[in-house]
Design a protein around this ligand. Structure first.
Ligand code: FAD
Ligand code: EPU
Length: 339
């Protein structure tokens, strides 16, 4: 719980950016967290950043405040009813390890979210999603520490305002709460979700006849590893941008010119269009300038080939946004948290 000064964040963000924090400390209990927040050095309007696995963050400069690294651990089956297990996981647990624990215990519902980096505590922040499942589909409640009031509050699903890569913790309550734990509602009887993307194809390719949450998890891991760069090898934070939502009319206009534009119905009037396609059409796929680049397999992922600065990655994202806007009149929005 020691407070360290002028601390390198390079091992603490998956982009591998060598930014420094003025102060850095970890907490493994709620008491440690409240002691840290009460420290005299951290009292006067200091900026605070709660850090999990650092897999959805881009540091564009040094952080002139305190970074609080969440190390809260523990997984507990807290309740069950006819259909569900209610499983509470501390915010500092590694998400993928929690997924594996759930699969081992036959708790079903998060197998499609296998191999997403980061911590349990961050899963509600942007309502993580992949392969047809989002956290909102399995979320029951969370407990969070209000930094100013020093109280612990419980949030249920209606309090969180979940949306595509959004929640109230990215908007109204940004940086106000430390998420302490999340309780997920996991099925006793599996409902397999294999219609999204290439899951079916992957199951066929590997000759998987029997459906199980373990087999689906393995198929998802195979697909992800085939196109997403491993941050241990090449720095990245997954999709840098969100897939934009456009009107049915706008999609119709684009299809007149480009024929098969990859898009999926978002609601009655709107479509989600593949940002990867927009970026590829603008010629960025595989682009590299210095050590900042656009991934050659999945151009929605920006990468650090070694020593790129956060500013260089950010500037590249700005150029991409401008070119997509100029060519298609569509404004890409960053998904990654820019610090
Ligand atoms: P961090 O990066 O540490 O933090 C992210 C934000 O949440 C920050 O604003 C931070 O302050 C805040 N925060 C973190 N923990 C807490 C807490 N306990 N209390 C309050 N605030 C907190 N995301 C997807 O949705 N789907 C994907 O398929 C996906 N694939 C990815 C693939 C790769 C290779 C990578 C590198 C990333 C991917 N991501 C994906 C993004 C990322 O893994 C998720 O957003 C993840 O939930 C971030 O977790 P983290 O612990 O690393 O958060
Ligand atoms: N595409 C191209 N060129 C490419 C790659 C893809 O045109 O080089 C087009 C294809 O038409 C493809 C479509 O883009 O069908 C979608 O690609 P993909 O299936 O790889 O998914 P995505 O929409 O790019 C989203 C999430 C991912 C998530 C996957 C799987 C966002 C911003 N990203 O990516 O989440 O893992 O779907 O569900 O919604 C993340 O948030 O960090 C992340 C990795």
């Amino acid at each position: 719980m020691q407070i360290q000064e002028n601390f390198s964040l390079k091992p603490y963000n998956t982009f591998g950016i060598d930014a420094k924090a003025k102060y850095f400390a970890s907490f493994a209990t709620i008491d440690e967290l409240s002691e840290l927040l009460a420290d005299y050095r951290l009292q006067t309007n200091i900026s605070r950043l709660i850090l999990g696995g650092g897999s959805n963050i881009l540091f564009t400069k040094n952080f002139d405040g305190i970074v609080l690294k969440n190390e809260l651990k523990g997984i507990q089956l807290v309740n069950e009813d006819k259909d569900f297990y209610y499983v509470k996981a501390a915010a500092g647990e590694v998400w993928h390890e929690f997924v594996l624990h759930s699969i081992q215990n036959n708790f079903s519902g998060i197998e499609n979210l296998s191999l997403i980096p980061g911590s349990v505590g961050a899963t509600p922040i942007q309502n993580i999603g992949a392969y047809g499942v989002e956290i909102k589909d399995v979320f029951y409640s969370l407990e969070a520490y209000h930094i100013n009031d020093k109280t612990i509050e419980t949030f249920f699903i209606d309090d969180c305002m979940f949306n595509y890569r959004e929640s109230i913790f990215k908007s109204k309550w940004k940086n106000q709460f430390v998420i302490l734990n999340v309780t997920y509602q996991l099925r006793k009887q599996s409902k397999f979700n294999i219609n999204y993307g290439s899951i079916n194809q992957e199951l066929e390719r590997t000759g998987t006849k029997k459906l199980s949450i373990k087999n689906i998890s393995q198929a998802i891991m195979n697909i992800r590893s085939s196109k997403l760069p491993d941050p241990k090898v090449v720095g990245n934070a997954g999709s840098f941008f969100k897939n934009p939502v456009i009107s049915k009319f706008k999609l119709h206009v684009l299809n007149e010119e480009y024929k098969k534009v990859p898009a999926y119905s978002s609601d009655q009037y709107n479509y989600k269009i593949a940002a990867a396609w927009l970026i590829e059409q603008c010629g960025w796929k595989g682009y590299r300038k210095g050590d900042a680049g656009c991934n050659p397999l999945q151009p929605l992922v920006l990468v650090n080939y070694g020593n790129a600065s956060g500013k260089e990655i950010y500037d590249l994202s700005e150029e991409i946004i401008q070119s997509v806007k100029n060519k298609f009149g569509i404004e890409l929005e960053r998904e990654v948290n820019i610090i």
